[in-house]
Design a binder for this molecule. Structure first.
Ligand code: FES
Length: 147
């Protein structure tokens, strides 16, 4: 049985849509059009409703992420320490905007609100690793480690 069929076999009710989408995202990393159509056909939920939920919650991704996800913090502690400049620096360096993935599929850039490392502000996370007291130069050398 294919993974998507295995996930959908656990559900039968449209009220479980969020749980279904969470399971799909966990298994595939994002919600592909193909998999959302599968939900439509199997659980009998109109595609427009599925898209409505998938786009309403920012935790759902409609495109695959890069190999490394960079989460640059813009929460209050980081903001007052010039996190916006660092965000712009990352955008410029990687040639992508917030929420985008580099053409080579290496990095996805996401601006987030606090990663729980306020004492280290300004901070960012790459995959599951936290980096603090950032400067442009420090960002440049960290990024090199994640090629
Ligand atoms: S505000 Fe940036 S880590 Fe908390």
């Amino acid at each position: 049985m294919e993974k998507i069929d295995e996930i959908l076999s656990r559900y039968s009710d449209r009220s479980e849509l969020i749980d279904i989408l969470e399971d799909i995202q966990e298994a595939f990393g994002y919600l592909s059009e193909e998999n959302m159509k599968k939900v439509e056909q199997t659980i009998k939920i109109p595609l427009v409703e599925i898209y409505g939920v998938a786009t309403f919650y920012t935790s759902f991704k409609l495109k695959p992420s890069g190999r490394h996800v960079i989460k640059i913090c813009s929460g209050t502690s980081c903001h007052v320490k010039d996190a916006d400049t660092l965000h712009s620096h990352l955008e410029e360096k990687l040639g992508i905007r917030n929420g985008e993935t580099t053409g080579d599929g290496r990095y996805t850039l996401e601006q987030v609100n606090c990663i729980g490392a306020c004492a280290l502000a300004p901070a960012m996370m790459i995959d599951h690793e936290v980096f603090g007291q950032l400067t442009k130069e420090k960002i440049d050398s960290i990024i090199e480690q994640f090629k």
